[in-house]
Ligand binder design. Structure first.
Ligand code: TEU
Ligand code: CA
Length: 557
């Protein structure tokens, strides 16, 4: 109905511009390349494009280290290109959401250059400076990109905080003049007609300013859910101030990336009455196939854990807030290789994962190439990897004497470059006429947009249909969620209910055939209509059904 916000029924497509489409043959994706692919995205049917950062940057962390918030990265093009992208997208009914990276800047940002000059600099308090202790850093915090989270600056002998790379100094949100600069910058972009912001690690911006020694590993969340820099003491104050100062004046989408946030945190962040954010990206379901210490400790996913985690988030935010729904982004390995089967059942498992995710309540995010079933990659040498997180981790673990092969297993499973190989447009590549900044995946001749568009049974058309269904069935956006067969190790079975309408979603996360008894789903005797399925010939009207390997279907009753 009229009062419901538009983003509850939208599907967002995430573009990592560096790897999406190169228009000028320098091997690096760019804005004109994106413009040339808008008709492809129109055909898919998406409503919003989230662009990973396109601001001026030295690219230590591929744009997540911003040097000038009001300039376009040279490799990506010009402000005129950006304004043309906005116009061309708008003409096609597509909004452009920008990536707001305000927990830190690049160390080449003019604010930091001034800040480090002297302790009396006007910009000193734009960043977090502390004195060391007996020649050691101020505390034992680790950087997410390895090593200490503190870097000693020669000029003044003080240490500055960087939760990420040493070229990404953290901004000091306690300092009101900094917050004012950020709000003015946000207004600058919103006045250009963007559709909103994805906010990078936004729940890190409030820290415990006593900077106590904490968990040695930065992402470790303490048993009581607290961590030393996530969901800090003033986070809600800052988000409400940001809303008051900027966001409330625009009808835009805001999604906060929130490592360490729980459903209870999200109930506060996404409750519309709190005027904070529309939705958040949780990491909980992305942390189920790892050890307690760090993401590189690989553990096989237990489907029951995934089902229960998604159920927790669905129930916690139903009628209270709003969920984002994702399997992929530029930091995560490709889901078909991670939770599906990239070899024997690649297409079926990719479709199953899409159906299972898009039938949940929330706004779905599709990461570039997910709609093609693009897979992880295995480069032979560490030299072929570009991601600073991977490179720093490799160096650190080699110094600890961990064998190359063991580290490479972790990189193959969880490295971020899995998601950053160039988008596969045609059987011979189609990303660039030059040498791509990162090697293309060698399965491009089989997995590419051209082949997908020519094949009516491709994964692409499953995504296209899921997006269409969302537009015409309120039950997907507003129905309640009920998990069934919660202990089943291979089948993810749930219901969506809206008034008298009932949809049953069945997804087989395994290559085994699994028996499904209709009475267990209390639909016995009712003849369901197939809404969408990834196999042909669904025998519905018997007492039980053999669910085939990676089979997924939705029945409406
Ligand atoms: O990521 C936040 C973050 O914590 C990730 O680094 C994630 O924990 C890690 O990559 C898991 O392997 C955001 C951006 O999405 C990421 O690309 C940036 O590197 C990071 O912030 C710093 O801006
Ligand atoms: Ca280019």
């Amino acid at each position: 109905n009229g009062t419901e916000p538009w983003w509850k029924r939208s599907v967002v497509y995430q573009i990592y511009p560096r790897s999406f489409m190169d228009s000028n043959g320098d091997g690096i994706g760019d804005l004109q390349g994106i413009i040339s692919k808008l008709d492809y995205l129109c055909k898919l049917g998406i409503d919003v494009i989230w662009l990973s950062p396109i601001y001026d940057s030295p690219n230590d962390d591929n744009g997540y280290d911003i040097r000038d918030y009001r300039a376009i990265m040279r490799e990506f093009g010009t402000m005129a290109d950006f304004e043309r992208l906005i116009k061309e997208a708008k003409y096609r009914g597509i909004r452009i959401v920008m990536d707001l990276v305000v927990n830190h800047t690049s160390d080449e940002h003019s604010w930091f250059i001034e800040s480090r000059k002297s302790t009396s600099s006007k910009y000193r308090d734009f960043y977090i400076w502390r004195e060391g202790k007996d020649g050691a850093p101020p505390n034992n915090w680790g950087s997410i990109f390895s090593g200490s989270a503190w870097e000693r600056d020669e000029k003044t002998g003080s240490y500055y905080l960087h939760l990420f790379s040493k070229k990404q100094p953290d901004l000091n949100w306690e300092h009101q003049p900094l917050r004012k600069e950020i709000y003015e910058m946000m207004t600058f972009w919103l006045d250009k007609g963007i559709g909103g912001f994805r906010m990078d690690v936004i729940n890190f911006i409030s820290k415990d300013v006593r900077f106590p020694d904490g968990a040695v590993h930065p992402e470790q969340v303490f048993a009581d859910g607290s961590a030393y820099f996530m969901n800090g003491p003033k986070i809600h104050t800052y988000l409400r101030e940001m809303n008051e100062a900027v966001l409330q004046n625009y009808d835009v989408l805001t999604v906060g990336e929130m490592p360490g946030a729980t459903p209870e945190d999200a109930q506060i962040y996404t409750n519309p009455e709190n005027r904070e954010l529309n939705m958040v990206f949780t990491f909980e379901h992305m942390d189920l196939d790892r050890g307690p210490y760090e993401k590189w400790d690989i553990q096989p996913l237990q489907l029951v854990d995934l089902k229960k985690n998604l159920e927790k988030w669905q129930q916690a935010l139903h009628h209270k807030g709003w969920n984002s729904l994702y399997w992929n982004n530029h930091d995560q390995p490709r889901v078909v290789s991670r939770f599906g089967d990239e070899r024997e059942y690649r297409e079926q498992s990719a479709k199953m994962l899409a159906i299972c995710l898009h039938m949940l309540q929330g706004t779905p995010y599709i990461y570039q190439g997910e709609e093609l079933g693009m897979t992880n990659v295995k480069f032979a040498s560490i030299e072929d990897y570009q991601d600073i997180e991977t490179i720093n981790m490799y160096k650190e673990k080699r110094e600890q004497g961990i064998p190359h092969e063991k580290i490479m297993e972790s990189i193959y499973a969880k490295g971020r470059d899995n998601a950053r190989t160039p988008m596969q447009w045609t059987p011979d590549g189609g990303f660039t006429t030059g040498v791509p900044w990162m090697q293309m995946n060698n399965n491009v001749n089989e997995i590419n947009a051209e082949s997908a568009l020519a094949n009516p049974d491709s994964i692409f058309y499953t995504y296209q249909k899921l997006i269409k269904l969302r537009k015409s069935h309120d039950i997907i956006t507003y129905g309640s969620f009920q998990l069934l067969l919660s202990e089943h190790p291979y089948l993810f079975v749930y219901k969506r209910v809206l008034e008298s309408e009932e949809w049953l979603v069945v997804a087989n996360f395994s290559k085994r055939s699994e028996k499904l008894v209709w009475s267990d789903c209390d639909v016995e005797g009712k003849n369901g209509q197939v809404v969408i399925a990834n196999y042909e010939h669904l025998e519905v009207n018997k007492k039980a059904l053999e669910v085939r390997p990676y089979e997924a279907f939705v029945l409406s009753f």
